[in-house]
Design a binder for this molecule. Structure first.
Ligand code: ADP
Ligand code: MG
Length: 394
């Protein structure tokens, strides 16, 4: 059985680590071999569990391991082969040396993902729960494999490996398409590694993203954007946690107003995220330090049997054949038409919204096609392609 990957994200301080830890405890109580791993450079699993963690995986309960990833350490100790590929890659740029890897933004974090992928593949764990850094960093982390493989396609002759097929690239299909590894050069192997990583993170049967939020204006606004961007990059978000909800029986006038303000935002979150399972977490009277305190979330909130199940909230992004061409479908929930910019640059579709820009390479079949129209409906963008030159009326 494939192990499951659950990625927790959200604004700084909302309670990501606490909620992720509560899941890890629940999972291990169920007798499932679980890894709670943090990719946040400001690790605090050790603080939460009140133990000192080193650079390797630490076993704390029969079914629970903790791991604060140090990407630099992982890079040097676990990925000799990849470092070799990356070395070749950098050498070929003509300006960078292999030891410059750590200097490239996003590169170190890539090794956290590679390590998680490796642990997933090893089958040691039934569940891997990932406690991430705040939203912006999580997004850069998750989109990095795709971004790097995109650069590689532009910079190097990827040749036989660079066959983009019509998505969804199912795992089996993927395997058939790929040429013999021995016949590949380092750069092609690195590229393939990135494609596999991307595939793992987007595989809706294995990986999902869970967003932690709080009933406050700023947090709610950023949660909506986070959800939109995660989808734009084709990740499946399949759960929302509203944390720090004031209990209704405080009996103090001062809090009455706060309780009603919170209720307003809880209602808004319930409306906006009606498609997702939503978990509500009370604001406890003390910090969630120590396992027993974190277990309060486990006991009070994570009671349903399906809490670890993957749920298909959005379909994968896909190219499909239509009557007279092809279409590409991308999820951008909550997006407004006027905030989206979409255009084609040679063999890429570019979608821009806010500070984000995503380049989607067209599969080889579509190299002679151009965009003939696009439509955004209920958060789903459908782009239509026709053979030949661009239409005049577009
Ligand atoms: N529901 C809650 N009730 C009380 N304290 C909480 C709750 N959720 C989180 N905290 C506390 O808030 C602080 C930030 O939580 P943490 O899980 O570290 O957030 P993040 O990982 O998102 O930065 C911690 O001190 C934690 O104990
Ligand atoms: Mg944290």
């Amino acid at each position: 059985m494939d192990s499951r990957i659950m990625i927790f994200t959200g604004k700084g301080g909302v309670g990501k680590s606490s909620v992720a830890a509560a899941h890890a405890l629940r999972s291990s109580e169920q007798g499932k071999k679980t890894l709670l791993v943090s990719t946040d450079m400001a690790h605090n699993l050790g603080d939460i569990f009140e133990i000192r963690l080193g650079k390797e995986i630490e076993n704390i309960h029969p079914c629970l391991d903790l791991y604060e990833i140090d990407p630099q350490y992982v890079m040097e100790n676990d990925f000799e082969q990849i470092m070799k590929y990356m070395g070749s890659l950098l050498n070929q740029t003509g300006v960078l040396e292999p030891q410059d890897i750590g200097m490239l933004p996003g590169m170190e974090e890539l090794f956290s993902l590679l390590r998680i992928a490796e642990l997933q593949k090893s089958g040691t764990y039934e569940r891997i729960i990932v406690d991430c850094a705040p939203t912006g960093e999580t997004l850069s982390l998750l989109k990095f494999p795709e971004l790097l493989s995109w650069y590689m396609e532009k910079l190097f002759p990827i040749g036989k490996v660079g066959v983009r097929v019509l998505a969804p690239v199912s795992r089996s299909l993927f395997k058939i398409e790929m040429p013999n590894r021995h016949a590949m050069n380092d750069i092609e192997k690195m590229y393939l590694k990135l494609m596999e990583l991307e595939e793992l993170l987007k595989d809706r049967d294995i990986t999902s993203v869970r967003i932690v939020t709080a009933p406050e204006k700023m947090v709610v606004e950023e949660t909506k954007r986070n959800y939109m961007y995660m989808n734009l990059y084709d990740f499946n978000v399949d759960g929302l946690y509203i944390n720090r909800i004031l209990p209704h029986d405080i009996g103090n006038d001062f809090f009455d107003e706060w309780i009603s303000i919170q209720q307003k935002y809880i209602n808004e979150l319930n409306d906006t995220f009606a498609a997702l399972p939503i978990y509500q977490i009370p604001w406890y009277e003390e910090e969630l330090k120590g396992e027993e305190n974190v277990r309060r979330i486990t006991r009070d909130v994570l009671t349903d049997d399906d809490v670890f199940k993957t749920r298909l909230i959005t379909q994968r992004e896909r190219f499909e054949q239509t009557d007279n061409g092809y279409s590409l479908t991308v999820n951008i929930p909550g997006a407004d038409k006027k905030d989206i910019d979409m255009y084609q640059v040679s063999a890429d579709i570019v979608i821009k919204t806010g500070n984000f820009k995503r380049n989607i390479p067209l599969p080889n079949i579509l190299r002679n096609y151009t965009v003939s129209g696009a439509r955004l409906e209920d958060g789903v963008l459908r782009i239509i392609f026709k053979k030949g030159a661009e239409d005049d009326d577009k």
